[in-house]
Design a protein around this ligand. Structure first.
Ligand code: LLP
Length: 419
């Protein structure tokens, strides 16, 4: 469910006319719908009603401060993976005791910042990381709240680049190592064992992998209890998929139902780290057609958004619907490649797509771009990153202005021997 729809033949975000918006803000521009974000958060949170659950929005999916502030105002916490994300979450008003810190490579300075802020817990992924955290906490005179991230070796049945819970992936500790590490950790002076965590992958469209993972965690948790280690937090990560094209992922309700019994039996406080499912379909990327061009092989629609703005098609071969902003009467269909200005053959937003025959100057909306869109944007080809706009009913606000070319060179200097 989202709030992007045609009204009198013009695509709107809630009550905002996207053609008018593009005229004012320019393109490419990301547009987010506050009503959609709010609904997604609430539906997700309500699905877990009755279980003591904390929804920590995964900041990496969309780290715009307005998005984070909205999640915080709805009661959400944050799942972070860097000192940068910690700063953003705190700046947006996320309470520190609702922040969980994941990731395989936390630096000591990042650990210090998170310990000083007083976050809920660190999800630890290796023996060396645990040792460094213990040492760092000791130096600061605090105890670090810790959960170990377990790699349950389940197949999330998703794209290989975003599967994380297989034995061959870099993430987490296998069951036996996790058990050994818990025993080690129990003896560390500056560590407080809080919980167990896992995250098996992203864009998962079935419930079985999640249920499988919990089943395996349950075995470990039981073994730990028998060894006298009692954990209170169960962090199941994120990963619930969305519909980009014709996927039929479980609803948050079905997802929660599949886990409810096992989780209730464990009697632990639940932490969830949803990213995509909250923001993916709450955002679009607006772009304008620069040119069209025919070659002996293909029809190309060259637009002003490129792989630097939205890398998912290039990187994962992802499908994003493309809609004309203006539904012109009698416009034909074409089979086209929608490509950006970047000098790479991999720079495309759609390939061999049956779509509206858009002409030079016309606007398009690349749908489902709210997750892993702007956050993965780069400056490749010295392209400033797009603007971001939040829509709320008939109001809108630029929540990140378009980057300037001057900003691209900020921080660069010539060595003194060249100056
Ligand atoms: N928790 C952890 C520890 C994660 O690594 C991730 C995502 C999440 C939560 C949130 O997962 P979600 O609910 O969004 O599936 N760039 C890729 C997706 C990478 C996901 C990385 N980790 C894409 O565009 O599809």
């Amino acid at each position: 469910m989202h709030h992007f729809a045609y009204r009198d033949g013009v695509l709107h975000a809630e009550e905002v006319n996207l053609a008018e918006l593009a005229g004012k803000v320019g393109t490419p521009t990301y547009v987010y719908s506050q009503a959609t974000l709010t609904r997604h958060f609430q539906v997700f949170a309500q699905a877990f009603a009755g279980l003591e659950a904390l929804v920590c929005f995964s900041v990496k999916a969309n780290s715009n401060r307005a998005v984070l502030a909205l999640m915080a105002s709805l009661g959400g916490g944050a799942d972070i993976v860097s000192g940068g994300e910690l700063s953003r979450a705190l700046a947006a008003g996320v309470p520190p005791d609702k922040i969980v810190y994941s990731g395989v490579g936390k630096a000591m300075t990042e650990m210090e910042a998170a310990l000083t802020a007083g976050i809920l817990m660190f999800n630890i992924e290796s023996a060396q990381e645990l040792a460094l955290l213990n040492e760092t906490a000791g130096r600061l005179g605090v105890r670090a709240p810790v959960s170990l991230r377990v790699n349950p070796d389940v197949d999330a049945r998703t794209h290989p680049k975003i599967t994380t819970g297989l034995a061959k992936n870099k993430f987490g500790l296998d069951m036996q190592r996790a058990f050994d590490q818990y025993q080690q950790a129990a003896g560390l002076a500056h560590v407080e064992l809080k919980g167990v965590s896992c995250h098996i992958g992203s864009q998962i469209t079935q419930v079985e992998p999640f249920a499988d993972a919990v089943g395996r965690l349950e075995v470990l948790i039981q073994r730990l209890r028998d060894a006298g280690i009692d954990l209170s937090l169960l962090d199941l990560g994120g990963g619930l998929g969305i519909t980009y094209r014709n996927e039929e992922p479980p609803t948050p309700g079905q997802y929660a139902a599949a886990l409810r019994e096992q989780v209730a039996r464990l009697g632990m406080r639940l932490v969830l780290e949803p990213g995509r499912v909250l923001v993916g379909n709450a955002g679009i990327l607006l772009a304008r057609v620069l040119f069209t061009k025919d070659t002996p092989a293909k029809h190309f629609i060259v637009v002003d958004a490129a792989m630097n703005d939205l890398v998912r098609p290039a990187f994962y071969d992802s499908y994003h619907h493309i809609l004309p902003v203006i539904q012109a009467n009698g416009r034909g269909e074409v089979k086209a490649d929608v490509v950006g200005p970047i000098c790479e053959t991999g720079d495309f937003l759609a390939r061999d797509r049956e779509m509206a025959d858009l002409q030079r100057g016309e606007l398009m909306a690349v749908m489902s771009a709210g997750a892993y869109g702007f956050v993965m944007a780069s400056n490749y080809n010295s392209r400033p990153r797009p603007a971001e706009v939040m829509v709320h009913g008939d109001r809108w606000s630029v929540v990140r202005r378009r980057e300037t070319v001057a900003e691209l060179m900020r921080g660069e200097s010539l060595p003194d021997w060249m100056a």
